[in-house]
Design a protein around this ligand. Structure first.
Ligand SMILES: NC(=O)c1ccc[n+]([C@@H]2O[C@H](COP(=O)([O-])OP(=O)(O)OC[C@H]3O[C@@H](n4cnc5c(N)ncnc54)[C@H](OP(=O)(O)O)[C@@H]3O)[C@@H](O)[C@H]2O)c1
Length: 323
């Protein structure tokens, strides 16, 4: 089924998730406009398409006319903009709630066929400000563009992630990794390419019934559910070295985060993230999932060891059996 010209706009397309979304849309035959605060930061994406297929564009998200310009002419719009911490109070609301609302309103005004919005797993049940502003964003998007598709991923893994890479780095110089709240919070890590494939499936409905994703919320998780203790153990086996684990009660972690949030260049931990860790980050039993979008979830063990190889003592040749 045709949904209009094969032109897509991706907001936040230079980011970790966005770059895979751009590649997946290009593979699906779309000309992709990558909206970024500075077009140069998306130039690296151009080789992922044919000549002229991927078009980095500068967009000032504080300026409605600028946002309108990058949407104009597209049949598909994807929003991958999001932040994990605020540089100043109000950033969460501005980027997670007000901006998606503006994009959704402009998509309606411009007769865009499909709008896919990336939210976060737990948006509807986690009390952190990150999640509450994400939920308000979902509601604003669906009010302004009722046929939007909302994707809520759990923590996302992939070569450029800020999760396994961060803990692997910490394991290299810290005597012990923290288990906040005892490390019992459960996650369902999902592969970044699966998230990108889910975006394309939702945007094109190639994988299932023609109206299946319109106005729906999907929760995206991988095949395994692990708590932090499991995740660290898995990490140690991937990088071939161990360090300790130390229990950090929520109250102590919150106090530490009160200080750590001010350490440049970016906060190691914020009080809002500690609050967020009190709620499990797993797909609900009754949720629509990757499966419903026709995407088979990829296991961590197939992907993570390859990109964490650089953390192994001796690197790729550190494991004599594999070298
Ligand atoms: N990574 C995860 O594990 C994970 C898990 C659940 C949900 N999510 C959600 O998935 C989406 C993508 O996450 P990601 O990991 O790809 O994040 P990311 O790598 O940090 O990229 C986010 C993008 O947001 C844009 N951005 C950041 N601050 C901005 C600002 N002040 N004004 C305008 N644009 C700004 C950036 O675009 P430019 O620099 O190009 O302007 C950046 O490319 C987010 O909504 C995030 O909440 C991620």
């Amino acid at each position: 089924m045709s949904i209009g010209p094969k032109i897509a706009t991706v907001f936040g397309g230079s980011g970790f998730v966005g770059r895979y979304v751009v590649q997946a849309l290009a593979r699906a035959g779309y000309t992709v406009k990558v909206a970024s605060r500075a077009a140069e930061s998306a130039y690296f994406l151009r080789p992922y398409g044919t000549v002229g297929q991927i078009v980095p564009m500068t967009c000032n998200v504080r300026d409605r006319a600028s946002v309108e310009r990058v949407i104009a002419g597209s049949s598909v719009v994807v929003n991958c903009i999001g932040i994990l911490y605020e540089r100043k109070r109000g950033d969460f609301k501005r980027l997670h709630t007000d901006l998606p609302q503006m994009i959704a309103e402009l998509c309606t005004a411009q007769n865009v066929s499909r709008f896919v919005h990336i939210s976060a797993l737990g948006a509807d049940r986690n009390p952190s400000r990150y999640s509450r502003t994400k939920l308000a964003g979902e509601q604003a998007v669906l009010a302004a563009f009722p046929n939007a598709t909302i994707l809520r991923p759990s923590v996302i893994f992939g070569p450029e992630d800020d999760f396994f890479n961060r803990f692997a780095t910490m394991a290299g110089f810290m005597p012990a990794l923290p288990l906040i709240g005892g490390g019992m919070t459960r996650f369902q890590p999902v592969y970044v390419r699966d998230v990108a494939d889910a975006v394309v499936a939702a945007a094109t409905h190639s994988a299932f019934g023609h109206s299946g994703a319109l106005g729906q919320v999907f929760e995206l998780g991988g095949p395994e559910i692990l708590n932090f203790r499991d995740i660290y153990s898995r990490l140690f086996s991937y990088i071939g070295k161990r360090c300790g684990m130390v229990n950090l009660p929520f109250g102590v972690a919150a106090l530490q985060a009160g200080v750590l949030q001010f350490i440049p260049p970016k906060p190691i931990l914020t009080p809002d993230q500690v609050k967020s860790l009190k709620t499990d980050n797993v797909v609900q039993d009754d949720a629509m999932t990757l499966d419903d979008l026709g995407v088979t979830a990829t296991g961590m063990s197939l992907i993570v060891p390859a990109y964490l190889e650089r953390f192994r003592p001796g690197g790729r040749f550190g494991d004599k059996k594999r070298a």
